[in-house]
Design a binder for this molecule. Structure first.
Ligand code: DHE
Length: 522
């Protein structure tokens, strides 16, 4: 395949060389729009907004490099229904198609009330039993996202046996979020699909496409609302959690009157609000969701089957907090009083008091800290924040009172995800952004020293840990197409079980998430 592809690229380069020929000798330029409609539209949509296959717009393809796109068009994508076209299309035609999907459409596609409403799918219309179909502890379940073939596994967290494995939308991103009682889980795909899965009944009940290119979702802690943040269009979308019916589309207009992409949305349970990170403006929004029910202008619910709610003008009104710099990647303290953001420029983080809307401290943060993966614990009577770093081979430990860096703990490489549990003395971090992708570094939370470097599967990427409800076991992903989920005894650091999985990425424990454990993301 590689030799073939090299030959194919050679041919492409030769084709580029043809441009020096006189116009009459040049091969006819492919009619790319017709080619797209004939070969791609049935799966990717006539307007490139996606269908059975993902959307093919530049924003949605940001993570696919051009040579990879050429390869996919030519030879298909394994474990998906994407076929290869190398036998039916010429090299210039394939190149023209690749160029076409990376070209923005003439106008920004509309994705507003009518389109969102029309996309909604009700898979299960009637209420289902409020009791699990299975015997496992419903608070010690895991949802494991398997990116390899776009599935998720519902895993019994005591026996480490799958209860269900179901198809998800293409390319999920961000952590799936649970309802407060742990019965439902909500997924967001990069293409904007939001899915609601009933864990007790093992069924996807509703889906809706809230955006064309979506970042993530947050669920209010009362379980009533979902907020979705989009890159395309520049909107926030409020859904009713019960049935994913559309409540409100909030255009993201900055204080300067421009529009902005949304980097991410978060649920700040103690504040009864959502926090919104803006990508293209130095501001952060707070959107309260729990106004008194009787307040004038509050939500009028037309009933469970109407799929409609009327939202008064006061609801979901954002409060903008201006910050000194564009902030990428956020962390919140456990009280959600403080937001810690990494400045896009330079080696600094900012601590913002969300009550006053003011910056209270700068943090010295070299490299590119991945604050989104930060966790907290207490050491010698003080709370510390630990964050991996996307560029440096360190974990930074920050005192959360003085906001000073206490220590930089050396690791096996730049890391992406970090995890611990209240009942475990250890914190785990990967090195997946560096050459030692197969090493997990285990840090002793009491001494702030490295306790062990584990190699779960030599040569294979190891990443993303999540603990069982009681903190006794730590589950690690072998992040490969034919990968695995490895269960470790979190005390002895011995492997106890291995389950084959298709590129397992994140895994999410119902109890740890719904109780907002300090050792995991929320
Ligand atoms: Fe993520 C969470 C941003 C690339 C896998 N990622 C998040 C969150 C944000 C974020 C803001 C928290 C939202 C949430 O959980 O609701 N991620 C970004 C980026 O800006 C970045 C660097 C570029 C991008 O294109 O989006 C990025 N992320 C990746 C990947 O390449 C990863 C490794 C593979 C993938 O799925 O695309 C990846 N991100 C994840 C995962 C989570 C996540 C598994 C959930 C973490 C958790 O445990 O909660």
């Amino acid at each position: 395949m590689n030799a073939l592809f090299t030959a194919f690229l050679g041919l492409l380069l030769a084709a580029v060389g043809c441009s020096s020929l006189p116009a009459s000798a040049q091969p006819a330029k492919p009619d790319v729009k017709a080619l797209y409609q004939q070969n791609c539209a049935s799966c990717h949509g006539v307007d490139r907004l996606g269908g059975m296959g993902p959307a093919l717009l530049p924003e949605n393809l940001e993570r696919v490099r051009r040579p990879e796109a050429l390869k996919v068009i030519g030879y298909g994508r394994p474990a998906t229904q994407m076929p290869g076209f190398a036998d039916s299309l010429s090299e210039p035609e394939i190149k023209a198609l690749a160029d076409y999907v990376y070209t923005p459409p003439a106008s920004v596609p509309e994705w507003n009330y009518p389109e969102i409403r029309a996309s909604r799918l009700v898979h299960v219309a009637k209420p289902l039993p409020d009791k699990p179909l299975f015997k496992a502890d419903p608070r010690n379940l895991f949802i494991v996202v398997e990116l390899g073939d776009h599935h998720a596994t519902l895993l019994d967290g005591d026996r480490f046996e799958p209860i269900d494995r179901f198809q998800t939308r293409f390319a999920l991103h961000g952590g799936p979020k649970f309802s407060p009682d742990g019965r439902f889980v909500y997924f967001a795909s990069r293409d904007g699909w939001i899915s609601r899965y009933d864990i007790y009944n093992q069924k996807t009940t509703h889906e809706i496409r809230a955006g064309i290119n979506t970042r993530n979702l947050a669920v209010s802690d009362d379980g009533k609302f979902i907020l979705v943040g989009n890159y395309l269009p520049h909107t926030l979308v409020v859904l009713k959690a019960e049935d994913l019916s559309l409540m409100k589309v909030i255009p993201v207009k900055t204080q300067e009157g421009k529009t902005s992409r949304v980097s991410a949305v978060y649920q700040a349970a103690p504040r009864k609000s959502f926090i919104v990170a803006l990508k293209d403006s130095p501001e952060v929004w707070e959107i309260p969701y729990a106004l008194p029910a009787k307040k004038k202008g509050w939500v009028h619910d037309f009933g469970p089957n109407s799929g409609e709610m009327l939202v008064g003008e006061q609801t979901f009104k954002p409060r903008a907090i201006m910050v000194e710099d564009y902030l990428d990647d956020f962390f919140f303290d456990q009280s959600y009083r403080h937001l810690i953001g990494a400045s896009r420029q330079g080696h600094q983080g900012q601590v913002i008091d969300l009550d006053t809307g003011r910056k209270v401290a700068n943090i010295d943060l070299p490299g590119m800290p991945h604050l989104g993966s930060g966790i907290t614990w207490e050491v010698d009577g003080r709370m510390v924040l630990a964050t991996p770093n996307l560029k440096e081979w360190v974990v930074s430990i920050i005192d959360m009172k003085t906001w000073k860096t206490l220590k930089q703990i050396p690791t096996s490489g730049p890391g992406f995800f970090m995890r611990s549990h209240e009942n475990s003395p250890y914190a785990w971090v990967d090195g997946m952004n560096g050459p030692n992708k197969d090493v997990m570094t285990v840090i002793d939370k009491r001494t702030l020293e490295v306790k062990a470097s584990l190699k779960p599967e030599p040569g294979k990427t190891a990443s993303h840990v999540e603990f069982t409800r009681d903190g006794r076991y730590a589950l690690v992903s072998i992040w490969e197409h034919d990968g695995a989920l490895i269960v470790y005894d979190a005390k002895t650091l011995e492997e106890v079980k291995r389950l084959p999985m298709k590129k397992p990425s994140g895994k999410y424990n119902v109890y740890n998430k719904t109780t907002r454990s300090a050792g995991t993301s929320h």
